[in-house]
Unconditional design. Structure first.
Length: 567
């Protein structure tokens, strides 16, 4: 996996616009290439040599972005070379036995995490060897301090063509941020270091590829790079992607390429806040430089300057026509993109509304679940009430048995009272008989009086006992009546509570049934929304395919026009 593959996706606000820009640029490149092929058909040596130079340039660009060196390059550890000497990861073409004439060494130290301190050792190695053609120091935690340490070593590399400093925080102050007096001083030192580095880039005459992706350059670093591009005359490929550059700084870079720089062919600004117009202008400027480079190559290699000048003028006219057509197509594409953005915004709004409705439905379901839990709790309370009613009914039955026992006891007491009344009646009859007998016998008068007194005492005692029993019976009757009244009230209250509980249970069951029906309706509505969103997505994909087919037909039409122009 290379560093290009491990990069995070660029935070472009409109991915469709960047996609259409790439397609339009590819279309313009295809048209220009077809024009080049038509022109070079009469001059095969120049076209073939230019194709070879373009292929070499692309190969060098791919090698500069490669994270892992080729097989023969990193065959030994970075610490020692084959002779056992320490070389800091330097690999020369002589080691591989395939050194072409004019080529130099390569310094490949990517992903070694050497830091700012390791840059001093790298600078020492660069001061000893001044024939490096490629230096790769990507992903090494290098800050502005390390860059300042590297500048003396880079200054002596007159034949350097490819420099890769990806994934290094070159605009970070490093250890200066933690020292005393940090802040504006450290920031100014960082900017001074970046300005010095950009001055070196602007004056270096052999540097072709400069890769500074994910280096946190920011707006000030981009401004320095714009100044370097204004003055540099050798750079061909510049990678400034994912550096947090704002729209204004991106405009400065584009103006530098568009107005001053005539050699750069590829500039990567993905992952920054570049506008659609800036990216279009940058692509046109790079295409212009490629055309001018090709034209210059043809001018150098063609003996017949007048004839080639006419053809070049025709070619430039055709290129201008193609640029106008591309601009018109880009305007059409921008309108289509605006429509697509409006559709996407409408779909996003509808999706947000659906999500809000789903959230409300979830909250409603949650409240319904809480109500169900409360109803279940009420059901448990009703069961507890039923148990209490059953216990009260048992108590009432026990009280009724006690009342029955009391009634049987009262009946026994009444029977005893009747027996005592009969005894009193018999005693009265006996006293009457004794009174009659007293008339007959005077002698037994005292005995009869004594017996009468005893009988009267017994009668009085029996009457008092009967009065006490009557009082107890009256008390028992009152208690029985009170107990029956209390039991009747409790039974009535329990029956009313049971009826209320049954009514509440019935209402709760109806409410649960209604909520279940609402839940089913909500589920159906959610399914319908999902189906409608899926249908819209399919229609959008179908529309995209139609747009792709239209673009292909337009591209084919442009190619046919180019072939007709060539014929």
């Amino acid at each position: 996996m290379t560093l290009e593959e491990t990069r995070s996706p660029p935070p472009v606000s409109s991915p469709r616009s960047s996609l259409d820009l790439g397609r339009s640029s590819h279309a313009s490149e295809a048209a220009s290439k077809s024009a080049f092929s038509s022109f070079s058909s009469s001059h095969p040596p120049a076209a073939s040599s230019d194709a070879v130079s373009q292929e070499k340039l692309r190969g060098s660009e791919r090698n500069s972005r490669r994270e892992i060196p080729p097989h023969g390059v990193a065959s030994t550890p970075p610490g020692k070379n084959e002779g056992g000497q320490e070389d800091l990861g330097v690999r020369t073409l002589e080691m591989r036995g395939e050194r072409p004439p004019g080529d130099g060494d390569e310094l490949l130290l990517n992903r070694k995490f050497i830091g700012d301190q390791g840059c001093k050792g790298v600078t020492a190695s660069l001061m000893k060897r001044t024939n490096f053609v490629r230096i790769d120091l990507s992903a090494n935690n290098i800050t502005s301090q390390g860059l300042a340490a590297l500048l003396p070593g880079l200054a002596v590399q007159r034949s350097l063509k490819h420099l890769d400093l990806n994934w290094n925080s070159l605009a970070s102050p490093g250890n200066l941020a933690g020292s005393s007096g940090a802040g504006s001083t450290s920031s100014s030192r960082c900017m001074y270091t970046l300005q010095t580095f950009c001055d070196w880039v602007s004056t270096h005459g052999s540097l072709h590829t400069l890769t500074l992706a994910h280096c946190r350059l920011g707006n000030q670093g981009a401004a320095c790079m714009a100044d370097a591009l204004n003055r540099n005359t050798s750079l061909v490929t510049v990678d400034l992607s994912h550096n947090g550059v704002g729209a204004a700084a991106c405009t400065l870079l584009v103006q530098a390429v568009e107005n001053s720089n005539k050699t750069v062919l590829h500039v990567d600004l993905t992952g920054n806040s570049a506008s659609y117009a800036s990216l279009s202008a940058l692509e046109r400027a790079c295409a212009r430089n490629r055309v001018n480079r090709h034209v210059a190559c043809l001018q150098r290699k063609q003996p017949n300057l007048q004839k080639s000048g006419e053809k070049l003028q025709q070619l430039q006219t055709y290129v201008l026509q193609l640029e106008r057509e591309v601009a018109l197509r880009q305007d059409e594409f921008s309108k289509i993109i605006d429509d697509m953005h409006a559709d996407a915004a409408e779909a996003a709004r509808r999706l947000d509304e659906a999500q809000e409705e789903v959230r409300q439905l979830k909250e409603k379901l949650r409240s319904v679940s809480f109500d169900l839990v409360a109803e279940k709790k009420k059901g448990l309370d009703a069961e507890n009430l039923k148990k209490e009613i059953h216990a009260l009914q048992l108590r009432v039955s026990s009280r009724e048995t006690e009342v029955a026992e009391l009634r049987s006891r009262v009946q026994q007491l009444e029977a005893e009272k009747q027996l005592h009344a009969e005894d009193a009646k018999s005693l009265r009859s006996k006293s009457q008989a004794l009174a009659d007998a007293s008339l007959l016998t005077q002698q037994s008068l005292d005995d009869a009086n004594m017996a009468n007194k005893q009988l009267e005492a017994c009668l009085h005692q029996s009457e008092s006992r009967l009065a006490g029993l009557s009082q107890q019976v009256a008390n028992l009757r009152r208690q029985l009546v009170a107990a029956e009244a209390a039991a009747e009230e409790q039974r009535t209250a329990l029956l009313s509570r049971c009826q209320a509980t049954q009514e509440e249970n019935r209402k709760l069951e109806e409410k649960v049934f209604q909520l279940e029906r609402e839940q089913q309706q909500l589920e159906q509505k959610r399914a319908h929304l999902a189906w409608s969103l899926e249908k819209e997505e399919r229609e959008r994909e179908h529309w995209k395919l139609q747009e792709e087919e239209k673009r292909k037909e337009e591209r084919q039409t442009l190619q046919e026009q180019a072939e007709e122009w060539k014929n």
